[in-house]
Design a protein around this ligand. Structure first.
Ligand SMILES: Cc1ncc(C[n+]2csc(CCOP(=O)(O)OP(=O)(O)O)c2C)c(N)n1
Ligand SMILES: [Mg+2]
Length: 348
């Protein structure tokens, strides 16, 4: 844009105004999605679902060291939020983050390679899903510490405000994380400083093996954000159109300097917490009720059965190819274990 600005206006302000006006998010936002977009979102969600099923199978066969935290049932949140990010935005994630990494554009091959400790993984097979970064895909870490991304993400948003770089930070965490002390410290800081951050809470009703109703006083997560004067919305996290719309509004407002927003996405963890947990402590009717609200089946209703079938076949093949590649891939060379080598690889 051709702005004539007095020399007393800081460069960061000029950059911010120009970035806002030129941002893709400034373009009119379509809530419903074209047929092509609906297919893209369906494919992205299905990719995550089939990926997770494959991870569990590989884990049980002993190919995935450590543990697994699957996100079956929560796919609409990652796909919907990532669809409305600007290219410069950054995302801080949790250990339940395979879906987020894929939605950001990390390939199934690179992600699976990482989970299986192979040299072809996003971090050369040395990080696993619990500590993974992929800066080229806006992924600024998956944090094994519950709510760890809240602290790191709030720091990132503070840095953005100081630099005036037009970056919005997304901090993702679960319902259990709102009981952590730093959730409260960070929301207070973000609110008082009007930081450009969107707090994305995936409320899947459980923290490990405990229902939110047995662990979280008041049962109202959004109310906690409002206590710090952070605008908060409760959103159907299994409806991708609603997720997208609310995420777009929150990100736009944070980008325009209006401060943090808290989005509580209601969803359900269809699988157990991790590893071989069958989640049998959950009432059968509860699981049944939420399976009926499956986000992928819901979106499939907007596509023709023919296209659903084609996309299913193609996506399944994509995951099979990633699996076969990862099983063949080498483990990292021991000589790359030194910190200097790792740093060199990281930066190059
Ligand atoms: C600070 C901390 N305390 C406890 C744990 C052990 N832990 C791992 S996952 C988890 C449950 C977190 O639940 P929630 O935040 O709802 O996320 P979800 O796993 O449901 O996605 C706990 C308690 C941990 N990793 N970090
Ligand atoms: Mg949870």
């Amino acid at each position: 844009v051709g702005l004539s600005v007095e020399p007393c206006v800081p460069t960061s302000v000029v950059y911010r105004i120009s970035a806002i006006l030129n941002s893709p998010l400034h373009e009119p936002f379509s809530e419903v999605g074209t047929p092509a977009e609906l297919e893209t979102w369906y494919r992205s969600m299905l990719r995550i679902r089939l990926f997770e099923d494959e991870v569990q199978s590989l884990f049980l066969q002993g190919h995935v060291p450590g543990t697994t935290h699957l996100c079956n049932g929560q796919e609409a949140i990652s796909v919907g939020v990532c669809d409305v990010l600007a290219p410069q935005d950054v995302l801080f994630n949790t250990y339940r983050g395979h879906g987020w990494a894929l939605a950001l554009g990390v390939s199934p091959a690179a992600l699976l390679g990482e989970l299986m400790g192979r040299a072809t993984g996003s971090c050369g097979g040395r990080a696993s899903a619990m500590n993974m970064f992929d800066l080229a895909h806006q992924l600024y870490g998956t944090y094994a510490i519950v709510g760890g991304g809240i602290g790191a993400g709030t720091g990132s948003a503070l840095a953005s405000q100081i630099k005036g770089d037009d970056v919005v930070t997304i901090a993702v965490f679960g319902d259990g994380a709102v009981n952590q002390a730093y959730f409260h410290e960070c929301l207070n800081l973000a609110s008082i400083r009007s930081l450009p951050i969107v707090y994305v809470c995936e409320n899947n009703l459980y923290a490990e093996y405990t229902s939110m109703y047995d662990s979280t006083a008041g049962h109202d997560l959004a109310a906690r954000a409002r206590a710090y004067a952070v605008p908060a919305r409760k959103v159907d996290g299994n409806d991708i159109l609603e997720v997208r719309r609310e995420a777009h509004e929150a990100i736009t407002s944070a980008r325009h300097g209006e401060g943090p927003v808290f989005l509580e996405f209601l969803t359900y963890r269809q699988k157990g917490h991790s590893r071989t947990d069958d989640g049998l402590y959950r009432p059968a009717e509860e699981l049944e009720e939420w399976l009926a609200k499956d986000p992928i089946s819901r979106l499939a209703g907007n596509l023709t059965p023919d296209r659903v079938s084609v996309i299913r076949d193609e996506t399944y093949q994509e995951i099979v190819t990633a699996r076969d590649g990862a099983l063949e891939a080498p483990f990292p060379d021991i000589s790359t274990l030194e910190l200097e080598d790792a740093e060199f690889k990281w930066r190059s």
